[in-house]
Design a protein around this ligand. Sequence first.
Ligand SMILES: CC(C)(COP(=O)(O)OP(=O)(O)OC[C@H]1O[C@@H](n2cnc3c(N)ncnc32)[C@H](O)[C@@H]1OP(=O)(O)O)[C@@H](O)C(=O)NCCC(=O)NCCS
Length: 331
Amino acid sequence: MYAVFRSIGAYIPEKILTNSDLEQMVDTTDEWIFKRTGIKERHIAADNETTSDLGVRAAELAIERAGINSSDIDMLICATISPDYFCMPSTATIIATKLGLDKVTSFDLSAACTGFVYALSVARAFIESGMKKNVLIVGAEKLSAITDYTDRGTCILFGDGAGAAVISASDDKTHAIIDIHTGSDGAYADLLMSPNGGSGSLHDDPLKESACFMKMKGNETFKVAVRTLTSDVVAILKENNISSSTIDHFIPHQANYRIIKAVGDALNMEERQVVLTVEKYGNTSGASIPMAINDIYESGRLQHGDLMLLDAFGGGLTWGSALVPFGGKGK
Ligand SMILES: CC(C)(COP(=O)(O)OP(=O)(O)OC[C@H]1O[C@@H](n2cnc3c(N)ncnc32)[C@H](O)[C@@H]1OP(=O)(O)O)[C@@H](O)C(=O)NCCC(=O)NCCS
């Protein structure tokens, strides 16, 4: 059996938080944010919208576009760092119930901004082993719930949203997922973490509302990200004997325009190959790659058989890349 990336969907909450809005909240400027990150605005979920609500909206579109019934889904993985509830139940289980999926295998996956690539690799393994036939992978984040809006070093970066894809079994290798790399190094854990709110936070009240706020060493994260991403993407292309010029869509995690540009330049990617959504969505962690894939699908750029190169890095540190032909129909 081969695993085929069959469809994509996304949901972007209505409310927009602009750089000018942030100027009213912390000591920053639109000019500084845009110049250092490439971000102009990000979307923020409504107070009564949860991460699972965002995930459900994206998943419904992905299922419809895959041309299958929701009852055909036999596994659901949700990549998130902003779950509805921090310990249990998993957000994947809540999404499954809201979708009316009965007794499906469902679980959350914690790999921060690399979550979608990790979920893709798990889906592929289950399908290629013959254990599952249609795996729904969801990247959903309400990062506004874990963002400290008094910290100008982080609150300018993050936004909310969700993306989802159906990965299906096929006996035809033509458009099968070619390769996926995943890796991690906990030695860099302190670069980007939620230091409170878990069993590791011995000195803080874990029940404080601010317990899960993200803390980041931005400058060091930036350097490690460029180094790790570049070497990982160079390796996956080389191992598969694929030249960067044959990639139709280079879809990096949308963290910072300068990181994307540095990696794209190292790969000699042309502007037309690089998918950019960071300006309008900011960093949506596990949702960023599927939201970007959905963007090119919606605009008609993504066509059947197009070769996508995904790459991501995030807290952990985690990283991953994937060579994925689009096995669905273009819009
Ligand atoms: C966060 C980030 C934009 C900061 O940009 P930077 O160029 O590294 O800036 P620095 O952290 O070195 O700070 C430079 C100065 O800007 C200031 N600054 C930080 N945030 C600011 C803001 N929002 N507005 C204005 N000034 C700011 C700093 O206080 C510092 O001032 P100082 O020189 O007086 O000390 C950048 O490091 C980044 O994007 N890193 C990667 C983060 C990331 O991708 N994380 C997600 C991983 S999935």
